[in-house]
Design a protein around this ligand. Sequence first.
Ligand code: NAP
Ligand code: ZN
Ligand code: ZN
Length: 346
Amino acid sequence: MTKAKGYAAITPASELAPWNFERREVGPHDVQFDINYCGVCHSDLHQIRNDWFPGIFPMVPGHEIVGHVVRVGNAVTRFKVGDLAAVGCLVDSCRTCDNCKDGLEQYCTRGPVGTYNARGKDGLPTYGGYSNTIVTHEDFVLHVSDKLSLPAVAPLLCAGITTYSPLRHWKVGKGHKLAVLGLGGLGHMAVKFGVAFGAEVTVLSTSPAKERDARALGAHNFVVTTEAAQARTVKGYFDFIIDTVSAPHDFKFYMSLLRTNGTLILVGLPSTPIELPPFSVVNARRSLAGSSIGGIKETQEMLDYCAANNIVSDIEIIDIKNINEAYARMLKGDVRYRFVIDMKSL
Ligand code: NAP
Ligand code: ZN
Ligand code: ZN
């Protein structure tokens, strides 16, 4: 086995604390890389708190992982020692279902294997990127350009692909009015991609203090949703809303901001069910849609697009010992706009 150290939640109630564990030996198709940086996603917090389903504990979160390759199995062809490498939210899938064959491993009908809080095909728990090293099948390891700042690339592996993929799927671009609901980790990447793809972008936020940042990110408009008079000005206005909110919120109200035929694309994952009067969808032929991360091929495409267009995340680098404090700030919406752990601090 490969010795590893990291930070784990030992139980759903506990704060993250140092923890030693083992990863599998490097197999013929595996790549091992030492982790330089790992982004902090709101999904990490949802999962250590059992917001969605009972998790596997101890849990080492983290699925925005970048580093340098230190070992490769003898059948590995796409990586060599010293290369930059990244792992996102997936480390395996069945590879044989229609979705896997179409490069949609995130929708694998037998269930994809998450980077943490999941079980690999060997039945053992997977452990994420809040750690010093990781061993992954090369098919699920991504290439990273050395043209971009490495810590600022890390969040692309989840926040980036989760917003890039639906915007591409629904072909959001020139002539579209796009609203980004919630300006956090996912939201700020949605603004960057929406602007890059040519849409008119409006940020819908509960935080008036984020207006300057939103405009600096390229947003054309900013609406404070808690101010009724402002919010009314965009009723029936948007072709698309990408909803990145992590907490329960008023879906009926946000649907009313869509024009006829508009689509609300849900990527945020609050722990409570959606309440929505049928008329709020039916009356204007609106759609409520959802999207989960992205497949491996599309994640590589997104990383290459970012390298070609100089797109990275806006980050605040933290020491791993400050992770619990970062979670507390994340819960208050006080993230500008992604925490990234510098693994040298481990
Ligand atoms: P984040 O950085 O914490 O951002 C969430 C933002 O939502 C906050 O900054 C805040 O923005 C807004 N918000 C928070 N509470 C709110 C409330 N009560 N009402 C209205 N707005 C509120 O989180 P993230 O990492 O971007 O993740 C966002 C959500 O997406 C999480 O639920 C996460 O689990 C989920 N997620 C889904 C996928 C997927 O594949 N679908 C992938 C990754 C993450 P303002 O201050 O601007 O209001
Ligand atoms: Zn994530
Ligand atoms: Zn599959």
